[in-house]
Structures are given as C-alpha cells and as structure tokens.
Design a protein around this ligand. Structure first.
Ligand SMILES: Cc1cc2nc3c(=O)[nH]c(=O)nc-3n(C[C@H](O)[C@H](O)[C@H](O)COP(=O)(O)O)c2cc1C
Length: 401
C-alpha cells in the first residue's frame, strides 16, 4: 500500500552534513506516492547540489527568494499553501533556533511561518549541539507550538563522536511522516459519506446535473480514513479514484443516492452529505431518446426526496454534517439550513465566480449551534483534514454527554 498517495510534502533541507540522506528520503517519499517539492537553505546548497533534488523530486528546487516567484511576489505563500506537510530534514541547530524565534530571514523559514500545514523537523547535529540547553529549550518551545519532532537517533556521527543527534534514517523518516497523517480522532467510528453530483434523467440519453466534481467529498473520505474511521462512500458520477480502504457505492440519480444512503445508514456514527444532490428531477422522464423532430421534451420538474432531512429524522440519527453552497448571505443561509435540517454541523462556502465546485482549493466556515470556525483557503485535501478534525471533536463531545 502506498502510504502517502496524493500527499504533498514540502521538504526543507538545511545545512547539515546529513543533507545527503535527504536525497534518498525524496526517493522513498515518492515511492510511497507523495509529491515532493524541495526548499533548500543557502547553506544546504553547499552540502549537496540542488540538481540532485531536482532530478529525484521531478520538480524545480527552491532556495533563493525569487525561485518561488510567479511574477506577483506571492509565490512563497502559494508554496506554503500547496504543502500538506512541511518536513525539515535535516533541521540544523541554527534553523531550529530561527524557527523558535519566528524568524523569516530566508525562504524556508518564511514558508514555515506562513503555513497552516503540519510541520515536522528532523534534527541532525553533533551530540553536544543537541545536548546544549539552548537547543533543548528551542525544541521544547517548538513542540509546545505543535511542531512534530522526528528523532534524532543515536550512533556514530560525522565528527567522529558517538551519541544522540544523528538524523533518523530515511526509512524511519518516511514512517514518521506517514504517521503525521493519521490523527485517530475518528478511530472506530462508522462514517457514511456522499459525494459528487447526481444525474436526473430527462430521457434515455439526457440528464440534468450540476458542477460538483466530488473532489471535496473524496478528500473527506481520504481524511476520514486517515483519522481511523470505517468509511462508506456513496458516490455520484465522478472521475476520481476511490481512496484506499474506502467502500464505494456508485449511484446516478438522487433517488438512487437516497436508497443507498437509507440502506447503509443503520449503525453509522457520522453522516456527511457532501454530494450536490439535485433538488429537482424531471417529473416525466422518457424511456426513449426524445428526437429533435418530435419537439416534445417535457421539462416539468418535481422535488427529489431530502436525503439529509430523512437521515436526521431517524430515531437513532448519526452525527450529521451538511454543506451549504451559497452565493450570498452565507452565514444566515447556513444557520437556517442547520436548524431546518436538524444538522449537527454545517460547512458553508461561497460558490460561483470560479469558487467552490470543480476547483482544487476552497475556503469555508463551519457553523454549529453555538459556534463557528473559519477555514482559510487551501487545498481541498488540507481543508478536508481540518474539517475531519473539527467533526471528530464535535462527534466525540456528543458521545461523551
Ligand atoms: C561541514 C559542516 C557540517 C555541519 N553540520 C551540521 C550539522 O550536522 N548540524 C547542524 O546543526 N549544523 C551543522 N553545521 C553548521 C551549520 O551548517 C550552520 O549552523 C549553518 O548556519 C546552518 O544554516 P541553515 O540552518 O540556514 O542551513 C555544519 C557546518 C559545517 C561546515
């Protein structure tokens, strides 16, 4: 199994003799399915050539400020957003000190400061540098801020000494990095999820549908798996691969989605309706293809059954999360829908003007009865992980009471 499929790893390399090991790390990360971009400090480029990382990652290597420039000076922010995780390996003592101070005096430290992603560091240094009170204090503060520390290991060092301070071996780092993606917050929970659009038949060939690509729902399925849930995905027609370990049931119309959800929902702990289910369907679909010459397409519409409301009306209803795609008055509409449909949580986002459907990035606000949380624009994969964490926390809170 590829443990890092679809993951975007931004690998920071700083000035340590261990930098050569990171070349192998890039190779192993890619072997596990990750996309890797490498950012090197200028000192790191004295230890190993950027060309090595370029060849192994298949991407250009960033080091100087303008390496990330796209013409508007905002390339570093774009790069920070791109990453699902930033891993600094090796992390020099100096780099750890700069991170602790919140410095942004080169591209790598700026990216770390400008990122909402998970950050991990793999220290590599002489044992006395590692044992120094300054380094210890820096690490303690970084850990307290939520930065993950991978290693170091013990053993012989480049300086001839023996002790703690060696960077972990690339294989161990890959394991540590994979572990960063499994939060466990939904461990043991049975999660039912819908995704994608529905197709409402007009005749044997034609249908009414919408712009949903299914990307958000599929990212949620992946994030829920990573969080330890047992995931069933009821999917409308999309061009996306099924995430590993997800049970996928394919449907076309809103009626089929309704039937699939109602037959799967028993025993579910969490239900997320991320599908863009058509509210209306043609009332009298034709079994035959309607011919142009017949000029008799019947587009009278009738309402589809409300999947979410049917689930929340169940006596043993799961913790239910809905979506509200709005073009205006987002909060008012989302809160009204939260109440009307008996949802526990609703994710609201702006659609139209190239936002929301079909694109790879999104921003949204989650609302619940007495609170809300805004999630900044980022990749749908990252947004899904943030959402799953919040859903997991709320779900756990309800099961505790
Ligand atoms: C040959 C050599 C090896 C070094 N190895 C390390 C090391 O393993 N760990 C470390 O923290 N610093 C090491 N340093 C010192 C760092 O390169 C130095 O602190 C540098 O300023 C780090 O810059 P950077 O964090 O921007 O990459 C080494 C220096 C030299 C000359």
């Amino acid at each position: 199994m590829m443990e890092l499929s679809n993951k975007r790893v931004l690998l920071g390399v700083s000035g340590s003799i261990a930098a050569y090991k990171s070349a192998e790390l890039v190779r192993l990360l890619r072997k596990q399915g990750a996309e890797v971009r490498v950012v090197m400090t200028s000192t790191a480029t004295e230890f190993i050539q950027p060309l090595t990382f370029q060849a192994l990652s298949g991407n250009i290597v960033y080091s100087a400020w303008d390496d990330a420039d796209r013409g508007d000076g905002m390339g570093h922010i774009e790069l920070a957003r791109w990453a699902d995780v930033i891993v600094v390996a090796p992390a020099s003592a100096d780099l750890l000190a700069r991170l602790r101070q919140g410095m942004a005096n080169d591209l790598l430290t700026t990216l770390c400061l400008a990122s909402a992603s998970t950050i991990a560091v793999a220290p590599a240094m002489n044992r006395l540098m590692w044992d120094n009170a300054a380094t210890k204090e820096n690490l303690a503060v970084l850990k307290q801020r939520g930065i993950h520390v991978l290693g170091p290991g013990a053993g012989g060092q480049a300086c001839g000494e023996v002790g703690l301070g060696r960077m972990l071996e690339p294989e161990q780092l890959v394991q540590g990095i994979s572990g960063l993606f499994s939060s466990g917050i939904l461990s043991g929970a049975k999660l039912l999820l819908t995704a994608g659009p529905t197709r409402e038949p007009i005749d044997a060939m034609r249908f009414l549908s919408n712009r949903s690509s299914g990307k958000m729902g599929y990212a949620l399925a992946q994030a829920a798996i990573e969080a330890g849930a047992d995931v069933t995905l009821v999917s409308g027609p999309v061009a996306l691969a099924t995430p590993d370990r997800v049970k996928r049931l394919d449907v076309n119309s809103a009626d089929e989605m309704y039937e699939a959800v109602m037959s799967e929902v028993a025993g579910s702990d969490v239900f997320i309706c991320a599908a863009a289910v058509a509210d209306y369907k043609p009332a009298n679909p034709s079994k035959e293809k309607v011919k142009r010459k017949d000029n008799n397409v019947d587009l009278a519409l009738t309402q589809n059954r409300d999947i979410v409301a049917s689930v929340t009306a169940l006596p043993d209803k799961p913790f239910t999360v809905g979506f509200a795609a709005e073009t205006s008055d987002i909060e008012a509409h989302a809160r009204a829908k939260l109440k009307r449909k008996g949802l526990d949580l609703i994710a609201a986002n702006q659609v139209g003007d190239g936002q929301g459907a079909e694109v790879d990035e999104n921003a949204m606000t989650l609302y619940w009865a007495d609170g809300s949380q805004h999630l900044e624009k980022t990749s749908k994969a990252k947004l899904a992980r943030q959402m799953v964490t919040i859903i997991g926390e709320h779900y756990r809170a309800t099961t505790r009471t």
